[in-house]
Design a protein around this ligand. Structure first.
Ligand code: FES
Length: 306
């Protein structure tokens, strides 16, 4: 009989094998709900979703409802999206703009800073020894931002977001994500464990079969994926064929002029994947043909040892 997942020790972990328990075990999912999701910093929305005073977004993770709101001060605040009267979900799951946070059922209201503002028929509680208005403020959730991404953590003792993300900003700050705006996003519920879905974005092993149309111009599609501290990463090995060349698995040679392949690659990514690359980036790539000589080499640099 296998040992319960919460009794596993380091000796139970095989280095040559990825155990399936973490993907299929209900016990493992239960432990994640107890020990992972309440502890980690996680992305709840983008800053541009909260552009003005009163803009709000709801977020839910592992059954915990959270609301993020732009307060009067301009700061982003996050609270459990739970009415302090009877624990009802407060703001409906959505995004929008409001002058106050509120619960529709009995009409209690809170300021954008989470302070209790209105209790319907408050006089009904007059003289009640257990009624303490100060306890009725919304329960806060820690919130911080990096690169325009708004993170929350439900752990009041969590360290700073910058400590949690380290060393990601050192590699990615140069992309100035805070200046980016999302083009579209889609929220969906997938019939799989969350790690199965996420891992599709942590490897490019699927590219040759799932996106074969980009092999003509993307350079080699081989990548290396690994853990990186508490995070994960994947990267192209430095010896890969450069962008603009066909992948070596096509059997075609590297052309002397890589520019047309780069332009086609940008166009292909925008038209057929409709993500990551924009029409604006496609237009920018076309400038290569006029502003870069045909003989220019593509220099691939990488600080990561993979
Ligand atoms: S349940 Fe929310 S105001 Fe009563």
């Amino acid at each position: 009989m296998s040992r319960p997942v919460d009794r596993l020790s380091i000796d139970d972990i095989r280095e040559d094998f990825v155990p399936k328990d973490s993907f299929i075990s209900r016990d493992f999912a239960r432990l994640e709900k107890e020990r992972l999701w309440p502890k980690v910093w996680q992305i709840a929305c983008r800053e541009e979703e909260l552009p003005r005073r009163g803009s709000f977004v709801t977020y839910e993770i592992a059954g915990e409802p959270i609301v993020l709101v732009r307060a009067a001060s301009g700061a982003i605040k996050a609270f459990y999206n739970i009415c302090q009267h009877r624990g009802r979900i407060m703001m409906e799951p959505a995004a929008g703009r409001t002058n106050f946070l509120f619960c529709r059922y009995h009409g209690w209201r809170w300021s954008l800073d989470g302070a209790i503002e209105k209790i319907t028929d408050e006089h009904d509680w007059e003289g009640c020894p257990t009624f303490d208005k100060a306890e009725l403020d919304l329960k806060p959730v820690k919130v911080d931002s990096w690169g325009g991404f708004v993170f929350i953590t439900m752990d009041p003792d969590a360290g700073p977001l910058s400590d949690f993300l380290d060393p990601i900003p050192a590699f990615l700050d140069c992309f100035e994500f805070e200046t980016w705006r999302y083009r579209w996003y889609k929220t969906t519920i997938l019939p799989c464990n969350w790690k199965t879905a996420l891992e599709g974005f942590n490897e490019a092993y699927h590219v040759a079969s799932t996106h074969p149309q980009i092999l003509d111009d993307q350079g080699d599609d081989f990548t290396r994926a690994r853990t990186y501290g508490r995070h994960g990463m994947y990267a192209y090995p430095i010896e890969r064929r450069p962008p603009g060349a066909p992948a070596s698995r096509t059997g075609r040679p590297v052309p002397d002029d890589l520019r047309p392949g780069i332009v086609r690659f940008f166009d292909q990514m925008d038209r057929t994947l409709n993500a990551m690359f924009t029409p604006r980036a496609v237009e920018a790539s076309k400038r290569l043909m006029a502003e870069v000589p045909p003989s220019a080499a593509v220099e691939v640099t990488c600080d990561l040892v993979v």
